[in-house]
Design a binder for this molecule. Structure first.
Ligand code: FES
Ligand SMILES: [Fe+2]
Length: 376
């Protein structure tokens, strides 16, 4: 893969020079940016409700009737591939009186039947069943509420504002070309999620964008094979691709044969505002989704593993072992640390934190959010 070959040669240069890709200057971020309820409300309204959000990988809804469902900033979402093959995102809200039409987080269905009074909808969202219709009277409801949705590079993007236009090229700014190299549509999900409580969503996002901590916080786990703080960073508008060097990076030689790329680099695509895709340049990837909570102090991290072959038979045990390994790392190392930061915020007053020149992706995150939430 030419993109991967190029990234590895840049990592080799960074390892040789002892420097990661850097921004021009360190950057200060007020501690209050993480905790202020007004700021948080603006992030929900202006970032999460207005932006195209990556809500699924298309391979999660590979066959007609396949669906995934989750709540994002208070909006219950149902992403389903219709019998016509089209992937749509709906509000998981019954048009009768608002109950969820499915309580499951994933599955395959021909109908979604609301548990409250059994109104039912087909996979294209059309209302197809209304028990006691002759008793109900005339209505003008025809189906579930659809959200503007586009599939690009094997990923599904939706805007939570039902009235919004979706200009996906203006939003992705080319990260879809990089994602396309991963052939995301070929993967198969291991449908057991890891669900971990996390503090403010930006504290969690900072962890995914940070190539500086791997060899320290994770020195005894996922950091043992890496060379820390020599990362490549590529920016696509608000989105980022990060390359991580390993102890074998220097050994890499481009060749024609099958290469086990993940030995030579780790790769993260961070799709703003809240999805990290780790890997995908080999046979596995991990998708992490950050879900802001009901208050600035809370969020949830949900992770799914994907494999290039169906997760059946022997693969199940392998996938589960890997899932548990990453769960322990994220919960006991990343989240345990960022909860400390969350607890520290109140005592920081109007002081600031600082992101170094070697943390350019974090700088971009905070700059982007500041711009999107600025008044006037
Ligand atoms: S709320 Fe769904 S059928 Fe009544
Ligand atoms: Fe980490």
């Amino acid at each position: 893969m030419q993109m991967i070959d190029d990234l590895i040669s840049r990592l080799q240069a960074n390892v040789a020079s002892g420097l990661p890709d850097q921004s021009e200057q360190p950057m200060k971020v007020p501690a209050s940016a993480y905790a202020d309820p007004d700021q948080y409300r603006k992030e929900i309204d202006r970032v999460f409700l207005q932006s195209p959000i990556m809500v699924a990988l298309a391979c999660e809804v590979r066959e007609p009737g396949d669906y995934v469902a989750f709540d994002l900033v208070g909006r219950p979402l149902l992403i389903v591939r219709g019998q016509d093959g089209v992937i749509r995102t709906f509000l998981n809200v019954c048009r009768h009186r608002g109950a969820k039409v499915t309580a499951a987080t994933c599955g395959t269905a021909r109908r979604f039947t609301c548990p409250y009074h059994s109104w039912s909808y087909d996979t294209e969202g059309t209302l197809v069943g209304l028990p006691g219709r002759e008793t109900f009277g005339d209505i003008d409801t025809t189906g579930l509420i659809g959200l503007p949705t586009v599939v690009r590079a094997g990923a599904v993007f939706s805007v939570l504002d039902t009235e919004a236009d979706i200009d996906i090229d203006a939003w992705l700014q080319g990260i879809d070309t990089s994602l396309a190299d991963l052939r995301l549509e070929e993967f198969y999900p291991y449908r057991v999620p890891t669900v971990i409580d996390s503090p403010n969503w930006k504290l969690a996002a900072d962890g995914y964008l940070d190539g500086y901590h791997i060899g320290y916080l994770h020195r005894n786990t996922i950091g043992t094979r890496s060379i820390t703080n020599r990362n490549t960073y590529d920016f696509f508008g608000p989105h980022v691709r990060i390359g991580f060097a390993s102890k074998r990076t220097a050994d890499f030689k481009p060749s024609q044969g099958d290469i086990d790329y993940p030995q030579y680099l780790s790769l993260v695509h961070y799709v703003f505002p809240n999805v990290s895709i780790s890997g995908g340049h080999g046979d596995t990837l991990m998708m992490s989704r950050l879900l802001p909570g009901r208050t600035p102090e809370t969020s949830t991290t949900i992770q799914f593993q994907f494999y290039r072959q169906p997760v059946v038979d022997d693969m199940v045990e392998i996938a589960e072992e890997k899932r548990q390994t990453y769960e322990a790392v994220v919960r006991d190392e990343d989240c345990a640390t960022i909860f400390q930061i969350g607890d520290a915020l109140a005592g920081m007053g109007d002081r600031h934190f600082v992101f170094g020149r070697n943390e350019p992706a974090n700088q971009l995150l905070h700059r982007t959010i500041a711009e999107m939430t600025a008044d006037g």
